[in-house]
Design a protein around this ligand. Structure first.
Ligand SMILES: [Zn+2]
Length: 245
């Protein structure tokens, strides 16, 4: 029986690799999210609190600080809230600073859904675009957006996976943005899923200000070696089911 599992695992690896080798460099394999946890003090945000909450008409995410006092969160670990793949990881300068976005696939009400989690103002980034991550994995350190703010984690969850860091690319509605804590609280127990999905991480509207490449780039060896002549806008935005779930 264990040999059978091994064969299935090997076949899945080959299948994923063939997608990398012959497909679009923006298509990356990821484990399906089995649950979502909080990004600081993971899994339950122990020792941390919100200094500013989500408001779909105002603040499109949450600001997290340490319960130990102002500034105590500086350089605290930031964790991936669920299994997924890093879709953006770079310095966006200006008000954002260092930002990580992770694309997640998960089951909700029997249907496959997807969402992006966003972690901003980071002091350090430990992951690269195209890299798969697991829930609870340390992905960076809390920062202050290059000295612009008091240290805090700005955290968002997007249902609309074209937004990235460009808020003006989608309307301020709950169909595009989630209340992050509510989303996590409502997605702590998901349908178990052991398979993998291929997700498109090239669907973002990118900022156009100085120093930011117009299109996403991919630094992971398995995807960066493939030159792309496709425009970001022509890529499919849907998931492709590979196998299992
Ligand atoms: Zn904020």
């Amino acid at each position: 029986m264990s040999r059978l599992v091994l064969v299935i695992g090997l076949a899945s690896s080959l299948l994923s690799f063939s997608t990398f080798a012959f497909g679009d460099p923006a298509m990356v394999s990821t484990s399906i999210a089995d649950r979502f946890d909080f990004p600081v003090g993971t899994p339950d945000a122990d020792g941390y609190q919100k200094s500013r909450g989500f408001n779909v008409r105002g603040h499109l995410g949450e600001d997290w600080v340490s319960s130990a006092g102002p500034g105590a969160i500086y350089r605290a670990p930031v964790s991936a809230v669920g299994n997924g793949v890093v879709s953006l990881a770079r310095d966006f300068k200006r008000s954002w600073g260092n930002v990580i976005v992770i694309r997640h696939a998960f089951y909700e009400g029997g249907q496959l859904k997807y969402a992006d989690s966003l972690y901003a103002h980071l002091d350090k980034i430990f992951v690269a675009e195209g890299q798969p991550v697991t829930r609870g994995q340390q992905i960076g350190l809390v920062g202050n957006a290059h000295g612009l703010y008091h240290p805090h984690l700005h955290f968002e969850i997007h249902r609309n996976t074209t937004i990235g860091v460009v808020h003006t690319s989608a309307s301020r509605s709950l169909s595009n943005y989630e209340d992050p804590s509510t989303f996590i609280t409502q997605h702590r127990v998901l349908r178990p899923a052991s398979g993998k999905m291929v997700v498109d991480i090239g669907s973002y509207t990118m900022p156009t200000y100085a120093g930011i490449p117009a299109r996403p780039f991919y630094t992971r060896n398995s995807v960066s070696r493939i030159a792309s002549s496709n425009s970001a806008g022509s890529r499919p935005s849907v998931f492709q089911m590979l196998f299992g779930h």
